[in-house]
Design a protein around this ligand. Structure first.
Ligand code: NAD
Ligand code: DAU
Length: 351
């Protein structure tokens, strides 16, 4: 094998798309998916590549320093693409400590192991940290986040991700560790856990349950199809400059309520329901605490320097997403029949 690459969080939503892209596109790389399989980790996301000779899954917890050290010793990774995290803002509001542990301690365990393992020979190595645009805070009606926007995280999730970004840069500045960071906007697409807005709404519309829209639905997000994020990860990992940060976005801003109305229209068509049927399910509920108003990314650095741009329109991406969820009933059922019901009740019962 030419290289051994560790992808952390590879059983999650974005991680599974990154794993699939790397396993298929780079047969000369050994891809080691390191994931502890929390509620969000799901090996059913990777059944199509699980028997490939250049893929290996290792169940390990990045918050356990000893487990991380053993992994680095055993596999002698040449590169790390670090996606493992607690990723849902609402869960960070109810349980912030878990986010501190996974997102901060977990990241520093990996950084430390990479520094120790690669000491004295950083050539050809890279620690690539996948982060979020939420570290930049909340925009008003105008302007965009860029790589130079000052950090202003406002939820326990975004504060923990900001902290991990700072630690990655600290290991670069202090120890010379070769690093890359990207901050991406909201992803959507197949395999997303149905706690996030789009799959949650698809699931609820399918079963004719209320669609909970926080506040007045005026908040704005910039949506990117997950396979386009995986393509950006590939471009940055292979062509990004050591020490640099790249902002990734879909150039595709939607008010939540407009997005949900569009989704309702597609679902009515798909499920052969009368126009307007799904919209009746919209239910405005108590807002998220500290709800950031708007995220929007200017990804011109990535486009100009590495030639990346989104490949799909939102219309295509959203229709593909709806089709995927309707065609993968078993995948969805395995989730909603598990602990999900308890989570859902706690999260939405009193809103
Ligand atoms: P996800 O919640 O779907 O998956 C996270 C994965 O990490 C799961 O497979 C889980 O089992 C694993 N994991 C969690 N704790 C772990 C631990 N202690 N040890 C090992 N594995 C552990 O998340 P996602 O939406 O795919 O996000 C992946 C990354 O991308 C995160 O770092 C997130 O901050 C970032 N990101 C997400 C988005 C988005 O819209 N989803 C946008 C920008 C950035
Ligand atoms: O911007 C990148 C971030 O996008 C990632 O770092 C996070 O990991 C990812 O979860 C996502 O965060 P958001 O909080 O923006 O995503 P979520 O799908 O939870 O919510 C999208 C918008 O929809 C947000 O304004 C809150 C709103 N919402 C969400 C849920 C779950 C609702 O109105 N109702 C809901 O039930």
């Amino acid at each position: 094998m030419e290289k051994t690459i560790c992808i952390t969080g590879g059983a999650g939503f974005i991680g599974s798309h990154a794993v699939r892209l790397f396993v298929k596109k780079y047969p000369a790389y050994m891809i080691v998916n390191v994931d502890s399989l929390t509620y969000a980790g799901n090996l059913e996301n990777l059944t199509d590549v699980e028997n490939n000779p250049n893929y290996k899954f290792v169940k390990a917890d990045i918050t356990n320093q000893q487990q991380v050290n053993i992994l680095f010793h055993e596999y002698r990774f040449d590169g790390i693409i670090h996606l493992a995290a607690e990723s849902h803002v609402d869960r960070s509001i109810t349980n912030p400590l878990e986010f501190i542990n996974t997102n901060i301690i977990g990241t520093v365990n990996l950084l430390h192991a990479a520094k120790e393992r690669w000491k004295g020979n950083y050539s050809g190595k890279a620690f690539y940290h996948i982060s979020t645009d939420e570290v930049f805070g909340s925009l008003g009606n105008e302007g965009y986040f860029t790589e130079n926007t000052p950090y202003d995280p406002r939820s326990p999730y975004s504060a923990s991700k900001a902290s991990s970004d700072h630690l990655v840069r600290a290991y670069h500045n202090t120890y010379g560790l070769p690093i890359l960071i990207s901050n991406c906007s909201n992803n959507y697409g197949p395999n997303q856990f149905p706690e996030k807005l789009i799959p949650l709404a698809i699931n609820n519309i399918k079963s004719s349950n209320p669609i909970p829209v926080y506040g007045k639905g005026e908040n704005i997000r910039d949506w990117l199809y997950v396979e386009d994020h995986a393509r950006a990860i590939d471009a940055i990992f292979h062509q990004g400059k050591n020490g640099e940060t790249y902002a990734i976005g879909g150039n595709n801003e939607w008010k939540n309520i407009d997005l949900i109305r569009l989704l309702c229209r597609y679902m009515d068509e798909k499920l052969k329901r009368a126009p307007g049927t799904s919209e009746k399910l919209i239910s405005f509920v108590t807002d998220r605490a500290g709800h950031d108003l708007r995220y929007a990314i200017d990804s011109s650095k990535l486009r100009d320097e590495l030639g990346w741009e989104p490949s799909l329109s939102f219309e295509e991406g959203l229709r593909k997403t709806v089709d995927w969820y309707l065609e993968h009933e078993t995948w969805l059922r395995h989730i909603v029949e598990g602990d999900y019901a308890t989570y859902y009740e706690r999260q939405y019962q009193e809103r």
